[in-house]
Structures are given as C-alpha cells and as structure tokens.
Design a protein around this ligand. Structure first.
Ligand SMILES: [Zn+2]
Length: 327
C-alpha cells in the first residue's frame, strides 16, 4: 500500500496544516528507523536519498529496490525522493531509476539559469509523472562535504514568476535555516515575515524547508561525554520550525539530529559495554535512537503524527482498502 504519488501527500499536508518529514537514509538501519517511526506514529513520510548517500550505497538501483520493498508492506504512505540532484543528467538517471520525486538544485545559478534548468528537468519529469522540487535562494552550511557561507534569502517578489516559468511542483526557500548548522553564539531565527509573504504570493503552493534539524545540544553533550569531539553548531530551534508549517511549509528536511542521536547512542553503549564486539548489538541501539528522534520530529515539530487515514488514499491507490482507521 505504502508507495503513493507525492501530489496527494502534499495536498493533504497543505490543507491540514502539517508538514511531511523528509529524512535521509543510507543503509538498512536508517531505512528501518524512518519507516518504523512512520508506522508507529501513523504518519506519512518522505524517505530521501542525498548525493552523499548515493555515493555511500554504491548501487543506486539496488538501494532503491530495497527502499521500495521495505516501504510497500506498510500501512502508512511513503514517498521516495532524491534530494539535491546537481544537474539534468543526475535528475534523468534518478527519474529513470524509479524515484517518484526529485529535487533539482539550481540555487547557485542566476535566476534565469535556475528557471531554465528546472524547466528542462520538469518537462522530462512530468512526462513520467515525477514530482519536481526546486530551490530559490541559498542556505549556509554543509552540502555533503562542502561548506558554503553563502546565505541568500529568497525574495518573495521572485517566487511567483519562478514557479510559473519553471513549472516546479514545490519550492525550497531560504528563510533562515542552515544545512547542518553554523558556528554562532545565538540560535538562528526564521524570517517569518518573509515566509508569510512568500506563502501569500504562492497561494495553495507547497513550500519546502531544508536544514530543518535543530542541532539539539543534548546529543552533542552525550557524544562528547563519551569521548567524542563534535563541534556545537547553531540552527533554528524546534518551536520556530513548528511555526513554519502554518505558513505553507509542507516538507521539512531533517538529518543532523538523527545522525547525532545515532552516534550518541552508539558511543554511550560502547563505552558502557566495552566487552561487546557484535555489531548487531550497538547498531540496533543506534537505529532505535534514530527512530525515536524521527518519532519526536513527527509528533512535536512537523505535526504529522496520527494524520494518516487509509480512506484518504483509496483513490490514489485505485484499490480497496483493507486497513481500518484508528481515529
Ligand atoms: Zn538541502
């Protein structure tokens, strides 16, 4: 049941005022963590592959097949998305491989070049029924191994023309978040006024927030207490991320908190259980910490928990429903 067209997920999220969590996966345990969290929270979810994950898994086709096989038996709806495709060729490969949603990142290009690239990708993707996310403006922080200080907020006056000309299906905006956090004394803030204007200029249109992890310091405390040396970074705190879902944000990318939860749990377990050498023991502890963090985001930050109703997806699936709504 679980793989559904992205359009219906975004439409429901927009109408009901919550956001879909998009979580990066890169191995079996991370996929289990995200899918189990979605199932337990009765939440729709976007499972996301980054360029870094693509390199890590080696064979994208096999990994995508694994994702589909693991998602299909679930009750809750799942969408499989390729994040930050860097050019047309990567988009084409991802679409041909079977992703139902992709992001083309033309944010480093000029306004007109960005439109041209997204339009080219969208023409190809829409032929095959694939959803296209674009980005306007750019975020500071890490993209895979590359750190960028470039921080260019999205101009609300540009978004109407951009969406119309590029024909993208959703738009990632730069309104204050950062990829992986920045070194700063204070937490970062969302420019709510700017986000409100963007949303007003694109009525009914789904917006996307990248860099939605809040870099919760308690995980870094644990990592460093158990021998780590992870630097404290600042990003936008969770209550402010939660505010954005009322302003047209329908997808929030959140990774670093999951990674920190995973690492903190494994460091702690290995320190407290120094005789353990079976990787299944400590990897399971990391996976469960990852899962719990995803559950927390769903229930407390993006408010997608408990929103799944089988009847909402009956038409999209084109078949009768066996499952019964719990609410
Ligand atoms: Zn991003």
């Amino acid at each position: 049941m679980a793989l559904v067209k992205p359009g219906i997920l975004f439409q429901k999220a927009y109408q009901e005022g919550y956001a879909l969590g998009a979580f990066n996966v890169f191995n079996l345990e991370s996929v289990q963590a995200v899918l189990r969290a979605a199932q337990m929270e009765r939440s729709a979810v976007i499972v996301q592959v980054s360029m870094g994950a693509r390199k890590y898994v080696g064979d994208l086709d096999i990994f995508l097949r694994l994702l589909k096989m693991m998602a299909e038996p679930l009750e809750v709806p799942v969408c499989i998305h390729h994040d930050h495709c860097t050019d047309f060729e990567i988009c084409k490969q991802s679409i041909d491989a079977g992703f139902s949603s992709i992001m083309i990142d033309g944010s480093k290009l000029t306004f007109k070049e960005n439109i041209r690239l997204v339009r080219k990708v969208a023409d190809y993707a829409h032929e095959k029924g694939v959803w296209v996310e674009a980005e306007l403006g750019s975020l500071p922080g890490f993209e895979d191994d590359f750190f960028s200080e470039d921080n260019q907020y999205t101009n609300p006056d540009d978004v109407g023309e951009f969406v119309r000309e590029s024909t993208c299906d959703s738009l990632a905006v730069a309104v204050g978040t950062s990829h992986g956090g920045v070194k700063a004394d204070q937490d970062l803030k969302i420019d709510m006024e700017r986000l409100q204007k963007i949303s007003n200029n694109l009525p009914g249109f789904p917006l996307v927030l990248h860099g939605g992890a809040s870099i919760t310091s308690s995980y870094i405390d644990t990592i460093n207490h158990y021998g780590g040396k992870v630097e404290y970074m600042k990003n936008v705190p969770e209550p402010l991320i939660r505010e954005t879902v009322k302003l047209g944000v329908c997808k929030v990318n959140m990774d670093v908190d999951n990674f920190n939860a995973y690492t903190a749990a494994i460091r702690r377990y290995m320190t407290e259980n120094p005789a353990i050498y079976d990787p299944r023991k400590y990897t399971a502890v990391g996976r469960d910490a990852f899962m719990n963090e995803v559950r927390h985001k769903m229930s407390e930050v993006i408010l997608s928990s408990g929103r799944y109703k089988a009847s909402d997806y009956a038409k999209d699936l084109g078949k009768s429903i066996r499952t019964v709504d719990h609410d």
